[in-house]
Each structure stands twice: as C-alpha cells, then as structure tokens.
Design a protein around this ligand. Structure first.
Ligand code: HEC
Length: 299
C-alpha cells in the first residue's frame, strides 16, 4: 500500500500520541498539588484582598481593631503578624537576641569585611535586609540573609550555622536597621523569578502521611481551627522575621518552615536548603510593601 503524505503524517501523530499515553499510564503518581490561586506576576501583601477578604482588617496598623485582635475566634482575620506585639512595647526574647546579635556583629566586623561580604555599602546596615533573598554571584545560588551570615562569618573564621541561635540573633540585629522600610523583591525576572516559581510549586505540593501542602492550611483552610491552632493567610508574613516565639525560642523563617513540616507529618528539609530558600522567595514576594518590623514576638 502506498501511503499518501497526509496518511503518513496522521499515522506518525498517532504513534506519538500513543507513546505519550503509554508513558503517562505507566508513570507512578508521585505528587498531588493544591491548585494555585491567582498570584499575579508581581505579588504583594494587598493582593490578599482578593483571597481571604481579611485585608481590610490588617492593612492599616494605626487603625487596628484591638477587640478583633483579642478575640480568639476572629484574631486570624487581623493577620497582625507584621507588627511587634505585645503592643505595650515590653521587652521579650527578641530584644535579648538583638543585643546578642550586636555583640557578635561587632566581633565579626572588626576589620569591616563582614559587612562588605553581606553587601553593605560603606559598612552601612540600613536597608541591607531589603537586598535579601538575592541571587549571589559568589555562591552561585539564591540565598536568604541567614545563609549569607553563615558564609560571611566563615570567612572571618567563625562558625555561625544557619538556624542556630547566634546566626538568627545576628540576623535580628541587622534586620532591625531596615525597620519601617517596605520589603521589595523583584520576582518578575532572572534567578529570583525562577526561584519564586519553584517556591510557589513547593508551597502547593502535597507531602507526608497527611498529604497536606503548605497551601492546604495557609490557603484552603485559612481561619479554620486545627488542633487548637488557626492557620492564617500566607500573605504579609515575612517582614517580621526572624521572630521570638513565646514558647521561648528564637526562630528564623526556615526553622518555622521545618516546624510546619513536622506539624503536618512531613520530613523537614535542611535549613538554608535551596527548597526552603525558594519558599522564602515566594513568601517574601507575597509580603512586598510590608514594613520590616523586628524584634517581633509570636505565639
Ligand atoms: C497542618 C497545617 C499547616 C501546614 C501544612 C503548614 N502550616 Fe504553616 N502554620 C500553620 C499554623 C496553624 C500556623 C500558626 C498560625 C499562623 O501564623 O498562621 C502556621 C504558621 C506559619 C508561619 C508563621 C507565620 C507567622 O508569621 O508567624 C509560616 C511562615 C508558615 N506557617 C509557613 C508554612 C510553610 C512554608 C508550610 C509548608 C512547608 C506550612 N506553613 C505548612 C499550619 C500549617
């Protein structure tokens, strides 16, 4: 039989689609995902107005409804995480960490090279926090500030492991120089865009015996009580990190991720890993425009 070119093309297409089908059928399903919500290209905290409807209760710090904050049922709607509670300004473990951070910073930066390594211009720490997370040419990867603190301390002969109390204390000290300045990371292009996309995917990837993703709690069941805790929106979270947890633990953001992983029955990843950094990039973009506020305290 002589095949016409059209028949040849059709049989070819058929073979291709059969092959694709066979591959899909034989492929085990490793992962399920929680569907994306509309994050847009250039996300920011106020986008949450479209999602949980709570934005009106937390957009303006000065007009915060303290009755709502005090209400066990409605507190989650105020999403007051970016502030520095308790509102009476009393001292807490975060302030202690800031002092420890200052002490360590002064040792580390005795020759001025620690600040330069972190990217501070003429040793000025003001707004340095806003440069993170960043693509770092020396390390050839996207890094959060705590990862760079570990790296730059090592250059000065000091071991400050990412996630340790001392590393996080230095982070609190440096971050405080950006207090009041809004986060602004650009995830519209380059390595940060790729990192944002990976972070978004990870945030929506289900895992562990519960088969929950981060988004299961922080998107799908926001505001519903879960074993006595109420997950809040994932918008507007990042500007107050690192934070002092009132269970008496200074935490970096990655340590918090690990805690959420454990709570959901998922093996935590390494602090400072590319995966946690990608989630950090994703969540930082969702906090864009929110003013840095440390030392902070959270339950
Ligand atoms: C089983 C539900 C659940 C899962 C799954 C979960 N979280 Fe959480 N998460 C919570 C609860 C509850 C809190 C405390 C209330 C709050 O702040 O939202 C919390 C708090 C947080 C906070 C601190 C918010 C703040 O500023 O104090 C961050 C950041 C966070 N989660 C990120 C994540 C990430 C990233 C993942 C996935 C790796 C994740 N969570 C998975 C329930 C969950």
């Amino acid at each position: 039989m002589k095949l016409t070119p059209v028949a040849l093309l059709l049989s070819g297409l058929c073979a291709v689609s059969l092959a694709a089908h066979a591959q899909q059928a034989g492929e085990p399903v490793y992962r399920e995902y929680t569907g994306y919500i509309d994050y847009g290209k250039s996300p920011k905290a106020s986008d949450d107005a479209r999602h949980t409807g709570t934005w009106e209760h937390w957009k303006d710090r000065a007009k915060l409804d303290e009755k709502r904050v005090a209400s066990a049922e409605d507190q989650w709607t105020t999403n007051w995480k970016f502030m520095d509670p308790p509102f009476d300004g009393s001292l807490h473990g975060g302030h202690e960490a800031q002092d420890r951070g200052e002490e360590l910073y002064k040792q580390l930066n005795a020759n001025g090279r620690f600040a330069t390594c972190l990217g501070a211009k003429r040793g000025d720490l003001k707004s340095l926090r806003l440069q993170y997370p960043q693509y770092n040419r020396t390390l050839k990867r996207v890094v959060g500030m705590e990862q760079m603190i570990e790296h730059c301390a090592q250059q000065q002969g000091m071991k400050l492991e990412n996630g340790s109390y001392d590393n996080t204390a230095v982070s609190v000290y440096i971050t405080a120089f950006s207090n009041g300045m809004p986060l602004k990371i650009d995830v519209t292009r380059g390595p940060l865009k790729d990192s944002f996309e990976r972070g978004k995917k990870l945030f929506h990837t289900k895992a562990g015996w519960t088969n929950f993703s981060c988004a299961t709690c922080h998107v799908s069941i926001v505001g519903r009580s879960l074993r006595g805790q109420t997950p809040t929106t994932h918008y507007g979270d990042i500007a107050h990190w690192p934070t002092y947890r009132t269970k008496d633990e200074l935490q970096s953001l990655h340590v918090r991720f690990a805690e959420c992983n454990r709570n959901a029955g998922v093996q935590p990843l390494k602090i400072g890993s590319q995966e946690y950094t990608d989630i950090e990039v994703f969540m930082t973009a969702l906090s864009n425009d929110y003013p840095v506020a440390v030392p902070s305290a959270r339950d």
